[in-house]
Design a protein around this ligand. Sequence first.
Ligand code: 3QA
Length: 228
Amino acid sequence: MKIAIMGAMPEEIAPILEKIGEYTTTKYAHNTYYEGKYAGHDLVIAYSKIGKVFSTLTAASLIEKFGAQMLLFSGVAGGINPELRIGDLIVATALCQHDLDITAFGHPHGYVPEGSQFIQAEEKLIAVANRVAKEMDITLKEGIIATGDQFVHSQDRKNWIETTFKADALEMEGTSVAVVCEALEVPFLILRAISDVADMDASFNFDEFLESSAQESAVFILKILEKI
Ligand code: 3QA
């Protein structure tokens, strides 16, 4: 099976590329796609650039152009749930767009007609992730991930996202990737390690912990690949 590994930033896929060692590169749609092998799987790997638009393009390309039959997202996130500390892992059970707003017409936040407020994640892959966490003896949190085209760095915005969506973590790509995968019937997993807690100090913490948290997430994704 051909599996896509996707991140948003170079730092998020670098540990994966390093681990697989040998790969070919293809330029497509202003992006680079890396193809190689790991644990008996054919992989196609890419980072999209930041945000919902770029991540939509990349997820669709990974599937439609490169033939990925499963997609695993690896990266970092801002923590909302106080149980999540910097470096902790969260896997999305459901995802939503916190910045999608046609509430003027009486619709809930994150909803547009013929869409849905939440995208449900793939239970089978979450089960695999939980098995891996158990084997590695680490805590993996399951929860709601909210996505938006904003780097959140305020307690007010964070609280609003928490109360509106009951979200546990936030980032800028997960839901767009989930929308693409769900529509194209490709099983997906959105895994994130916390880099900051989306408060006043978020940008400082992010700069400090991007690399180490991206590494936590990537190591876990590689273990998942060994289990699939
Ligand atoms: C944002 C990255 C984007 O891909 C989403 C990180 C971690 N903490 C977050 C927060 N709010 C929203 N998202 C996140 N990723 C980084 S922009 C900085 C770029 O630096 C998840 C995420 N609090 C480039 C150097 O100038």
